[in-house]
Ligand binder design. Structure first.
Ligand SMILES: [Zn+2]
Length: 91
């Protein structure tokens, strides 16, 4: 093979590789977007689960407010209700 032909073939190869790299970059972008969506979804899921647990705890008759957390609740506690309100709002 002549040197000029070799150079042509190398140039052709580089063009192919560049195209491959561009495609991989696009693919990576899509995967990164999906990964982000999935993490957001899982975080939300986690949050709503923990809010659900707090509400359950409150309904079972325990305080979930900071000052009396885990103590037995004899009547409605405005601080606990405030905690539930605030956590639900943030969702
Ligand atoms: Zn309370």
């Amino acid at each position: 093979m002549k040197i000029s032909a070799q150079i042509d073939s190398i140039a052709e190869r580089i063009k192919d590789l560049t195209k491959d790299i561009e495609e991989l970059k696009k693919h990576l972008e899509i995967l990164e977007k999906r990964n982000e969506q999935l993490s957001n979804y899982l975080q939300k899921e986690d949050k709503s689960k923990s809010v659900g647990n707090l509400i359950k705890l409150y309904e079972q008759g325990f305080h979930i407010c900071h000052s009396s957390f885990g103590q037995i609740r004899e009547e409605d506690c405005i601080f606990c209700l405030n905690v539930i309100d605030r956590t639900e709002e943030n969702d």
